[in-house]
Design a protein around this ligand. Sequence first.
Ligand code: 2AM
Ligand code: CA
Ligand code: CA
Ligand code: CA
Length: 289
Amino acid sequence: LATSGPEPLPELLRAATAAAQDGAKVISAAVDQPRKITMKGATDLVTETDRLSEEAVLRVINKAYPDHAVLGEEGGVSGNTQSEYLWVVDPIDGTTNFAHSYPSFAVSVGVLHRGTPIVGCVVEFLGGPHAWGTRTFTAHKGGGAFCNGHPIRTSTNPEVTRSLLVTGFGYDHGPAWRSNMELFKELTDVSQGVRRLGAAAVDLCHVALGIVDATWEYQLKPWDVTGGCVILLEAGGRLTTMDGQPYSVFSRSMLASNGPLHPQLLQYMQPKTEALLRQGFDLSEWYVP
Ligand code: 2AM
Ligand code: CA
Ligand code: CA
Ligand code: CA
């Protein structure tokens, strides 16, 4: 298969948005219906809707860009692996919330060009039983970030003491998880609050929207972050690893902030990350497909 030349970003974003919204339709039809839950681990679950949403998303991508590569949480890598373009799909981010009909959850679709995130669309579910709705976050590199078509910006608050923060804890309850429990305590003590919603793509969009000031997490996977990090950066946010290094969607730690708050937060995070590294914990990049 040939790899096509540079693709126009607005067209890529239109396809990403159509794909994410088709996934969201599958979720809308299934939410509040009886569901078939399969356990991936002791507490890590997946539903039939995760797979059906991913199929719906991939149908749109494969039709629009048949010579691109795709990485989905449920289906892994498919398509033309020689392509410079890799679509990264989380068909339901926040599956545990979805399974309990608890907001927040989302569909996330992002595009990497030679590893750089260039396009993102996240469809977030809002409300709850009998009152579900969605909002759609979109961005392409250099084009600004939008929520339902309205331009969005991160907050401007530079003070931890005036901040609302959000973090996440994956299912791997290892050293990084314990380290973040400590950070959770320390930052809860000095901020206006640290939330834990359970959907990393949603967390990134909330920072982009300016309703929380920062989010951070260890061990995120590319599908959790690719769509959301384009939206965050285009909304004026800042992204590094939790020890202040350049961030990629394959990094094993992420700090996403409004910008002004970044240095203060790094002061809390850097010692934790250094302690993990001293314990021999691997914080290198996951893999580059
Ligand atoms: P998921 O719902 O797509 O699996 C990072 O925290 C990501 O891990 C989340 O975006 C969510 O993605 C998943 N996650 C969060 N908490 C989890 C938990 N307790 N068990 C399993 N997966 C979890
Ligand atoms: Ca999952
Ligand atoms: Ca996820
Ligand atoms: Ca998922």
